[in-house]
Structure formats: C-alpha cells, structure tokens
Design a binder for this molecule. Structure first.
Ligand code: NAP
Length: 466
C-alpha cells in the first residue's frame, strides 16, 4: 500500500529537489555553455525552497511574510537592474542583507530560548550572529568602497592588525561565556555590537583593488552563518545551501588570490591598492607611439592572426557590441580572431566572459590565460581594449612591482600591440605599464566604445583593401 502524501512529505521532497538543484547549479555555472542552465536550476531550487518553507505547518499567520515578500521584491527588482560594472557592489549588498537576516533570526531564536539554551545550540547561535554581524557591516563597507561612497584607499594605523584581532577575540570570548552561561543574556547584544564593529575594522584597511576578493570571502562567511542558522533551526536545506555557499565563496577567493599571485594574508592585511599617483606624472614625458583608428584598422586588416584582450575599460564603456562588430568585420576578411581572457580582468571573475557572451561572441573564440599565452608569439596584432594590469610585463620582470608574480597575458611577445584606453592613467593596481613605451606598441587614445566603432567604420568603409 502506498502511504498517503502529507504536506510534510511534500515539503521534504521540495527541499530534497532544491538541494539537488543547488548542487547541479554550481556544477553548471562553472562552464560558459551550461551557465544559463545553472542560473535556471538555482532559481528553480530557490523557488522550491521558499515554496516548501511557506507550506510549513508551523506558520500561523502569513501577513508579515507577505509584507516581507513585497518589501523584498521592491528592493530586489531595482538591484537586479544595475549595470554590469556595478555588479560587485550589488553582490556585496545582497550579502549584507542576507547576513542581517541571519543575525536577526539568530537574535530572535536566542531570546525565544534563553535562559535554557543547550550548549551546542548556543555555539551554533553565537557563530551565526558573529559571522552574520561582521558580514553585514563588512559587506556594507565593501559596497561603499566599490561605489566610491567611501575612500578607496586603505586606511591603516600602527598595530592595526593586533587591535582588529583583539576585537574579534573579545567577541569570541563573549560567545564562549554565553555557551557556558546562557543565562547572561545581557552579553548577547554586546557580542553583536562588537562583531558589527569588527566587520568595519576588517574592511577599512583593505584597498578598493582587493574588494572583489573580500566580497567573495564575505560571501563565504554569509554562507557559513546560514549553515550555522541551519543547525539552530534544524533545517538540513539551510545547512547544505549555507555550506555550498560558504565553500564556493572560499574557493572563488582562493582562485582570485592565485590569479593575482597574492596570499590571503596579503589580501586581508597587506593594504594593497594604494594608488601610486606618481606613476602617471613620472612617466608622462616618455616617448610613446600613437595611432589613429584608420591606422589601427589597416594593421588589423593586414594581419592573419589577431588576439583581442578585453579588460575593465571595455566593461565601463559597454563596448562589447562594437567588439562583436569588429570581430565580424575581421573574420569576414579571413583574419583569425581570438580573445585572450585573464581570470581577473575587469572587477569580478568571469566579467569578460559574460560581456562577450552578451554580445554573442562565440565561446569557442574565448581562450584563457594558459591557452592563449603560448600563441601570442605567433600573433600579428594584439588589440588591448581597456585592459591594463593584466597585460603589465612588470609582473614578470620587476621584482619590486606590487603585481610581481601575478600571471599575466604575455601580450608583449606579439609582433604588434595596439592599446585602446583614454589616457596614460594606471589600472586598478595603480602602477605604470612598461608595455606602453615599447617600440612595438601603438596607443589609440579614446573611449573604448567610440574607438572600436571608428575602427569598425574604417574596416567596413571600403577604403581598406579586403
Ligand atoms: P585595469 O588594470 O583596472 O585597467 C583598466 C583600464 O581601462 C585603465 O587603465 C583605464 O585607463 C581603461 N579604461 C577605463 N575606462 C575606459 C573607457 N571608457 N574606455 C577605454 N578605456 C578605459 O583593468 P584590467 O586589466 O581588466 O585588470 C583588472 C584589475 O582589477 C587587476 O588589477 C585585478 O587584479 C583587479 N581585480 C580584479 C578582480 C576580478 O575578479 N576581475 C578582482 C580583484 C581585483 P584610462 O583611464 O586611461 O582609460
């Protein structure tokens, strides 16, 4: 006999399917051809998780839930419509909201249970609210820095790391005290306030350049705090989803740190990202070779092999659709065009892939660092569009450079290099780029979208022989 299906069975089934979808989504998101499917799976998983939770028998009144849903949607829809270049700070805001929610739920659970909170429960609750609170303020700081509402420069003082770690130690000390004596409820808000302060202190000394790595680390903390909340609420779905979020955020931070050849301690305590303002002025007088859009078009048309290197400037200028037109114009002429994608080009991992995919540039034309570097010696023209740090040979040659050791695209090994950027301003790391002063380099100054459009016009205009 088949047992009858109760509402509880339906909820558990929804959670099980949601869990499987979250795992599959992470797998699919890791490759461009399956990424869309990954997003859909995650959306479906989240819808099932929310739907299942709403069916919970313990809900006695839906009014507050409805108000929360409307408010959340009102905030969420405009947040989903921000420009691509603002996605890192938008992500930081999402982490901040998630972490605030975790902290509020943890606080409510504490006050519902105190004074008789079992030790394991109090440990999970403490971890939940400490991680939630520090992620909340840390993420707000990170978003503020990226949006340039707060100073980008690292703010440092002597003995800062020790003071910051001491503050965290105090919060953890209070947590231990609460685990042993949960009846000391007055310590609970103190633990939250100290963790909130720690979140600010943690991000203040980190420069704008490291914010994406910090955001990914905060993503990991938000996930871990959600997993801790899962233990408090006895929700396996939350434990699994939080652990997935925590581990994927951590792995992403490791990948980003590696791509920049930085250690975690260096990202968190290195005060990297101080803009060396002298770089621009010190080298302003050095000779450069410049080109016009027509000259660049002629060089590209005459090449048999071209590698395009996009960077942050292409994202800022929203030049990806013009780049697609350039790709079409060149491939029509029989030129072999490939894209060299650095893992940290732009301001978040995968930003270039997303932009180029948006412009329908075929995935097969996109090559990562290891795949494209060996080809660069046989490349006629490398066309750099708004990329800077990821092409800086100082990473290979100058041991005193802050980016020394960072894997870069070896564009200086190509026959000719054309660089599109607006000025001689440095990139995010704030350092000058020797590449621009090489004999083989031609600077094409201007906004990436306008300049690429001019090059396309010259290529399509007919006065260049096909
Ligand atoms: P970048 O080094 O920041 O250089 C971008 C260049 O684009 C600038 O030199 C700028 O020069 C130019 N630019 C800006 N707006 C432009 C426009 N409208 N038109 C044309 N050019 C424009 O960028 P990147 O080479 O992509 O390197 C990324 C940097 O971010 C690296 O230092 C990386 O370590 C860091 N980072 C990235 C991530 C990530 O996940 N992607 C994470 C952490 C850190 P002008 O002002 O002269 O135009």
């Amino acid at each position: 006999m088949i047992p009858s299906l109760t509402a509880d069975h339906v909820v558990q089934l929804a959670y099980l399917i949601a869990t499987a979808l979250f795992i599959l989504s992470l797998k699919w998101l890791s490759a461009p051809p399956t990424a869309r499917r990954g997003v859909l799976a995650a959306e479906l998983g989240m819808a099932l998780a929310i739907g299942g939770t709403l069916l919970d028998r313990r809900i006695v009144d839906y009014r507050w839930i409805a108000i929360g849903l409307v408010l959340g949607s009102l905030l969420g829809v405009p947040l989903g419509l921000v420009r691509m270049t603002a996605v890192p700070q938008r992500t930081a805001l999402s982490h901040a909201f998630g972490a605030l929610c975790v902290t509020l739920v943890g606080s409510a659970e504490f006050y519902l249970r105190t004074p008789a909170v079992p030790r394991f429960m109090m440990s999970a609750l403490s971890m939940e609210v400490i991680l939630g609170s520090l992620t909340f303020t840390g993420s707000l700081m990170a978003a503020g820095k990226l949006q340039e509402l707060l100073p980008q420069q690292p703010i440092t003082y002597k003995g800062q790391n020790i003071v910051t770690l001491l503050v965290l130690a105090v919060a953890m000390g209070i947590a231990v005290r609460l685990v042993l004596h949960p009846e000391h409820a007055g310590l609970f808000p103190l633990m939250i306030v100290i963790s909130l302060v720690f979140g600010v202190m943690m991000v203040v000394p980190i420069g704008g350049a490291d914010m994406p790595t910090v955001i990914s680390l905060l993503n990991s903390y938000a996930g871990l705090s959600a997993a801790a909340m899962g233990f408090v609420l006895d929700s396996k779905l939350l434990i699994i989803a939080g652990a997935l979020d925590g581990s994927s955020g951590f792995i992403l931070s490791v990948i980003m740190a590696r791509a920049m050849n930085r250690s975690f301690t260096n990202v968190l305590f290195g005060a990297f990202g101080k803009v060396q303002l002298s770089a621009e002025t010190a080298h302003e007088a050095r000779p450069l070779r410049t080109a016009t859009a027509d000259e660049a078009a002629a060089l590209l048309a005459a090449a048999s092999k071209v590698v395009v290197v996009p960077g942050y400037g292409m994202a800022v200028a929203q030049a990806q659709h013009k780049v697609r037109e350039l790709y079409d114009a060149l491939t029509r002429r029989g030129v072999d065009v490939k894209f060299g994608i650095h893992p940290v080009a732009g301001r978040m991992p995968g930003q270039m892939n997303v932009l180029l995919a948006e412009a329908d540039i075929p995935y097969e034309g996109l090559f990562d660092l290891d795949a494209i570097n060996p080809e660069l010696t046989q490349t006629d023209v490398v066309l750099i569009i708004g990329a800077n740090d990821v092409t800086n040979p100082a990473a290979r040659t100058d041991a005193s450079s802050p980016i020394y050791g960072m894997p870069i695209l070896d564009v200086d090994r190509a026959r000719t290099v054309i660089v599109i950027k607006r000025s001689m301003s440095p990139g995010f790391a704030g350092i000058d780029n020797e590449l621009y002063y090489l004999d083989k380099t031609l600077m094409l100054f201007g906004d990436a979208k306008t300049v690429v459009a001019d090059v396309v016009k010259a290529l399509n205009g007919g006065h260049l022989s096909a």
